[in-house]
Design a protein around this ligand. Structure first.
Ligand code: NAP
Length: 244
């Protein structure tokens, strides 16, 4: 798929799923603005990859997001795709979950996605085209014990995905909004889970393996391309059949 000269913004592009998406898109000739809080890792990644533009930013910082917008206007004038991928977990059972851990997960995963999209959709409305890919989770659909904060944030992302798909096309703009709902994917987010838990997950999957970041990147590439031009407002599971 050729994404030549497409400007793609990816939050959480320093590692894991976001970095894999960045690599896949760059292989397909896109220019990636890579966002995370970790400037050092972003710069290290840059030395490996042409067309990977590090942009250190905390997505909960609304002033910082406004500066990003100015940077984009001055350097590229357009944005083709926004991928809201940044996220964290702070798991605990409901009765033990600290209020701060609830707030942190909601602030980054849900509010950060809102703040980024609010700002970048101004480009999309002006251009009359755009493409938003949100990374939710099967946990936002099915729930998961120990993840009150995370499931609420990921379910919220599903609500926002459908709302934005409707709202951003009110004047017949060609703006598509979809979400990917991954199952268990091998990244730093899941690396501390015990072997027993991971074995149980594998057992439950219809495809008997854990997911790779590339499984998500492949769908993101399809959703970003014109080959999916009639798909919008959808939540697509990539979980090896774990949740059915
Ligand atoms: P990861 O390896 O921990 O990567 C998370 C990324 O988000 C990092 O690049 C991190 O960068 C960035 N990030 C976190 N907070 C940020 C903030 N405030 N501002 C900017 N960037 C921030 O996790 P992952 O597994 O790749 O997860 C990527 C997405 O997939 C997340 O939304 C996650 O919820 C979702 N997901 C993952 C799985 C899974 O099994 N792995 C399953 C379902 C959904 P810095 O820390 O450097 O800022």
């Amino acid at each position: 798929m050729n994404l030549k000269d497409k400007i793609i913004l990816i939050t959480g592009a320093s590692r894991g799923i976001g970095f894999e998406i960045a690599k896949k898109f760059i292989e397909n000739n896109a220019i990636v603005i890579a966002i995370s809080r970790d400037e050092k890792t972003l710069n290290e990644n840059k030395s490996e990859l042409k067309n990977y533009i590090p942009y250190p930013l905390d997505i909960t910082d609304s002033e910082g997001i406004k500066n990003l917008s100015t940077f984009l206007k001055e350097n590229f004038e357009k944005v083709d795709v926004l991928i809201n991928n940044a996220g964290i977990t702070k798991d605990n059972f409901l009765i033990r979950m600290k209020e701060k851990d609830f707030d942190d997960v909601i602030n980054i995963n849900l509010k950060g996605t809102f703040l980024m999209t609010k700002e970048i959709s101004k480009f999309f409305k002006k251009q009359k085209y755009g493409n938003i890919i949100n990374i939710s989770s099967i946990v936002g659909i099915e729930g998961n014990s120990g993840q009150t904060n995370y499931s609420a944030a990921k379910a919220g992302i599903i609500g926002m995905t459908k709302t934005w798909a409707k709202e951003l096309t009110l004047r017949n703009e060609n703006i598509r909004v979809n979400a990917i709902a991954p199952g268990f994917i091998k990244t730093s987010m899941t690396e501390n889970l015990s072997e027993t838990v991971l074995e149980k997950v594998k057992e439950k999957c219809l495809i008997k393996r854990l997911g790779e970041a590339e499984d998500i990147a492949n769908l993101a590439l399809f959703l970003a391309s014109d080959r999916s031009s009639y798909i919008t407002g959808q939540i697509i599971r990539v979980d090896g059949g774990l949740s059915i």
